[in-house]
Design a protein around this ligand. Sequence first.
Ligand code: NI
Length: 227
Amino acid sequence: MLTVIENVFSKEEIASFRESLDRANWDNGLETAGTIASLVKQNEQLNENSPLARQLGQRVLQRLGNHPLFMSAALPNIIYPPKFNRYHSGGHYGLHVDSAVMAVPGSDRLMRSDLSATLFLCEPEEYEGGELMVEVRFGAQAAKLSAGDLVLYPSSSLHQVLPVTQGARVCCFLWLQSMVRDEENRTVLFDLDQSIQSLTASVGRNSAEVLRLTQVYHNLLRRWADT
Ligand code: NI
């Protein structure tokens, strides 16, 4: 399942991201590709140790950590430091699957990738092509979102970024390990949480129904969460 979260950043905030990113030095993405990825990957990446990547990555993490819809959909436990990439002049990333287990930079921890996220830092009109195509159970789904919007998709899926034939596609992406490993359980929790939120808006948080459903939510999370 693909989950789209709109307006994670405002247009003004995106403009300030882009002001720095458009002036930055970009590395060839091949330098950070594994053996399999190097056959299909053609893009540019911001050096993840650069002060700019760290600073912007921090802003993304801070925003997501306070974003109720993101937290509800992802239930993150560990988030890999966000990376920034750029595709232009035919740049693309062919069909691949993300590594299942990765070392968390700056620590001796390993994490499992459950969800991948792409945050769009450019408008769809700025480039031709560049769709993120994700193979889900019922076929391939495309994402080419407005600047400031984010898409979450299962790291277990085969996915690709189609060639960017004109203009440039600038995005931020990250992986995360969720507290709830099983995608279907995570979806149940997300649906339940969203229903509780809308019920709360109509009947108030102290109604008996909201309290009971909130109890059910937390007790399911208690059964399924690993921390
Ligand atoms: Ni990928």
